[in-house]
Design a protein around this ligand. Structure first.
Ligand SMILES: *[C@@H]1O[C@H](CO)[C@@H](O)[C@H](O)[C@H]1NC(C)=O
Ligand SMILES: *[C@@H]1O[C@H](CO)[C@@H](O)[C@H](O)[C@H]1NC(C)=O
Length: 435
């Protein structure tokens, strides 16, 4: 018969274990011992679709878009997801981006409705159809959105590449919308020199906010914006409305990683800087910007105090070179990264197909990159990845997967589920518990 002491000791062991995972980086290796860790993790399904179902303001608008080939049902592919939790506690609003890689994408930023259609839940344009309907003629609207980020103040940071199929209709821009009112609260159009017309394609904004909610207004921010085809990134100081470009050997692709193979299908890309994460505040670490190129296996970092200081970035490819840190090489490409509050860096690897986690306090080695969720069917190309704090204060990982390889090769099978949004609590993922 067990005494209550027995349970108390068990409880203490459990508490000790859960603390050490986060508290001390050198304990990270313990988690490779977890029973059942990783294999075909069941995530919480949020959305599944065979194809995107676009809703329009009216049937006339739909017919017009179809007729003018501004909507070609087999062309659009979603790539990013983010979530807004209204402070009132209403249902969260889920946003999806659908970039205009090519023609036939009726709008580029949308939210999920509750309307069920044959191919999947219906989307509606955000903030409205008017923002998208000119397909590049209206530079006050949105031309092509790859990724977004929603901050703790309920603002959406939208990076608009301004181009469709590399035709630069408008300068790239960063538009910040207050979600509660759908009003523009900030807009930054890229000056000349920050982008290369017909070459640049801005795909990812990463916003690091010094004055988050509830105390701050999310105005003291730096935004890092990835330009993989222009093989560099732009740093934007929001308060001073000034920007500078970072481009050197660390922001480039590696030709040895130009072939991307997902579930046996390959495509070629030579993409430079693709995604970012920063060291969370409050961990007592020197804060770094982590970044990597899509077509490269190198994981790189640079201290934030260096990258945020414009005086370092005046000598082109020689600028601040000695401050870059090559953390390690993973031997495979990874797509969108994200960071948890406790400093676990997440990224979806192409092989094995799954989400990996690395504690930033440990060396970036194979043993320290743990496969947190593997699934060769449902996680084919994790293109959108976010760590989101819900209203209860619990961190959740949200991901969008899209079978990009089939989109590129034109082999998408619309009888199958191709697009998915799934989530799991950060703790559940990191400790290998059911989501
Ligand atoms: C591992 O997972 C399987 C299937 O979900 C389950 O039957 C088994 O009990 C689990 N083993 C452990 C040690 O948790
Ligand atoms: C579902 O998607 C397929 C493939 O694009 C398309 O042919 C079909 O018309 C769509 N169905 C509906 C009801 O929109």
């Amino acid at each position: 018969m067990h005494s209550s002491w027995f349970y108390l000791i068990l409880l203490l062991i459990a508490i000790h274990d859960s603390q050490s995972a986060y508290g001390r980086g050198n304990q990270w290796s313990q988690y490779t011992q977890r029973p059942n860790f990783s294999r075909y993790k069941e995530l919480i399904k949020v959305y599944e679709a065979k194809n995107l179902e676009f809703g329009f303001p009216s049937e006339e608008d739909r017919q017009k878009a179809l007729r003018k080939e501004l909507y070609i049902p087999d062309n659009p592919l979603p790539i990013d997801v983010d979530v807004y939790h209204p402070p009132s506690g209403e249902q969260p609003k889920i946003f999806v981006t659908i970039p205009r890689f090519g023609q036939g994408v009726p709008y580029s930023l949308a939210y999920l409705t509750n309307v069920v259609r044959p191919n999947g839940t219906e989307l509606q344009p955000y903030p409205s159809y008017d923002w998208h309907k000119t397909h590049g003629d209206d530079c006050d609207g949105l031309t092509s959105v790859y990724r977004i980020q929603i901050d703790s103040c309920g603002k959406m940071w939208i990076l608009d590449s301004g181009e469709i199929e590399f035709k630069q209709h408008c300068a790239p821009q960063l538009v910040v919308l207050d979600i509660a009112t759908s009003k523009v609260v900030h807009r930054y159009r890229f000056p000349k020199g920050m982008f290369k017309p017909t070459i640049s394609r801005f795909v990812t904004p990463y916003v690091d906010i010094a004055d988050p909610a509830p105390k701050g207004a999310c105005e003291e921010a730096f935004v890092y914006m990835a330009d993989p085809t222009g093989t560099g990134f732009v740093v934007y100081d929001v308060q001073h409305e000034s920007s500078w470009r970072v481009e050197n050997k660390y922001t480039y692709p590696d030709p040895d990683f130009g072939t991307h193979t997902i579930a046996g299908e390959s495509f070629e890309l030579l993409d430079g800087t693709f995604g970012f994460a920063v060291t969370p505040r409050g961990l007592g670490l020197r804060r770094m910007l982590y970044f990597h190129s899509l077509s490269n296996d190198a994981q790189v970092a640079i201290p934030l105090d260096i990258v945020n200081d414009p005086t370092y970035w005046k000598s082109g490819i020689n600028s601040a070179l000695e401050h870059f840190v090559l953390l390690g090489k993973r031997g495979i490409q990874c797509a969108a990264p994200a960071m948890t509050a406790q400093g676990i860096f997440l990224c979806g690897h192409l092989e094995p197909i799954g989400l990996f986690g690395w504690d930033i306090r440990t060396p970036y080695t194979h043993q320290n990159r743990l496969l947190l969720a593997e699934n060769p069917t449902t996680l084919q190309f994790i293109s959108g990845l976010k760590v989101i704090r819900n209203l209860e204060g619990k961190e959740e990982v949200w991901m969008l997967s899209n079978r990009l390889q089939k989109g590129f090769s034109g082999t998408m099978n619309y009888d199958e589920i191709n697009y998915r949004i799934a989530k799991c609590g950060v703790e559940e993922l990191v400790f290998g518990r059911p989501c």
